[in-house]
Design a protein around this ligand. Structure first.
Ligand SMILES: [Zn+2]
Length: 308
């Protein structure tokens, strides 16, 4: 049994001096300090070391740590890659394919920026409810949504969690897409295509990560909650992301899946096993115990769990 600390990052940017000062992410200064802290206190391993330990029983070093970066943000090339290279460290990157190839905002990112530009959350909630009614959602459903989803999480208030749940998975995909687009126009007021170009890595930039010795793995095609998708739809998501990995030059023999939103079910696990996936990364919080020939449900820590 090997113990492994896996740290999860999303946005890493100059937040204080940016236009979106309330975006939830890690400041570049904090990132530098955290890398110094982690490399001083842990052995930062490569994704290949983890795969090797599973496939060939190689023991991981004491206090092993893997750095993971979700969602394919341009931040990862601009701020993360130079810091990793400077320290001779490897990061593991998990870009969803759709925003990279189609330059379209994911709902989840629209919501982040909408929330970052909002001061009045009760007004945002009222806006969301009004737009739901406009899109044919009946008031009794809204009451039941409030009952089920108006609950605070580890990092977010009940208002924020309610908006996130509704716009990330509760409403039908077409409706939540339309509502988040409308809210994006109201709150951010910028062409989404330009915004997506600035936000997400391009195909060539992801190739550059691979060529720089970084690990790139799957985060699905459309960044869906896989546990809410059929077996067939999950297979499509996973297979199209593997095609993409092949195209950017990343490995697809023994590979790593990072579940969008940490969501998966028995079907996901069955599909991954069929496709020789070695590792699955969740958003459960904790120290990973690596054993057996595959580890498809590894927990991670958040960057906020360590000094910054
Ligand atoms: Zn994600």
């Amino acid at each position: 049994m090997n113990e492994l600390t896996i740290v999860m990052y999303h946005y890493v940017r100059n937040i204080k001096n940016s236009q979106y000062q309330n975006i939830k992410g890690l400041e570049t200064d904090g990132f530098r300090r955290q890398l110094d802290y982690l490399s001083g206190n842990f052995n930062i391993i490569k994704a290949e070391d983890l795969i090797d330990s599973l496939k060939n029983g190689v023991q991981l070093p004491e206090k092993s740590c893997l750095l993971t970066f979700d969602d394919g943000y341009k931040d990862h090339l601009t701020f993360v890659l130079p810091e990793l290279i400077k320290r001779k460290l490897q990061g593991s990157f998990f870009p969803p394919v759709k925003p990279v190839m189609e330059r379209e905002m994911l709902d989840v990112n629209r919501i982040h920026f909408i929330l970052a530009c909002t001061n009045d959350f009760s007004k945002l909630l009222a806006n969301v409810d009004d737009l739901c009614i406009d899109h044919g959602i009946v008031p009794s459903d809204l009451i039941s949504f409030k009952y089920q989803y108006y609950i605070p999480s580890r990092y977010d208030t009940a208002d924020v969690m309610y908006v996130k749940h509704l716009l990330q998975h509760v409403l039908p995909e077409e409706i939540r897409n339309s509502i988040s687009s409308k809210l994006f126009q109201i709150h951010i007021n910028r062409a989404e295509l330009d915004f997506a170009d600035e936000l997400y890595l391009s195909f060539d930039e992801i190739k550059k990560l691979v060529e720089s010795g970084m690990y790139v793995g799957s985060h699905g095609y459309r960044h869906l909650w896989l546990d809410k998708e059929s077996y067939y739809s999950q297979s499509l998501e996973i297979d199209s992301s593997l095609e993409f990995l092949k195209d950017v030059g990343a490995r697809t023999d023994d590979w790593i899946m990072c579940y969008p939103y940490g969501a998966y079910n028995e079907n996901t696990i069955a599909i991954l096993k069929e496709r020789n996936c070695a590792v699955g990364l969740t958003t459960k919080v904790g120290l990973a115990q690596v054993s057996g020939s595959t580890s498809l449900e590894l927990p991670r820590f958040d960057t906020n769990d360590y000094p910054q």
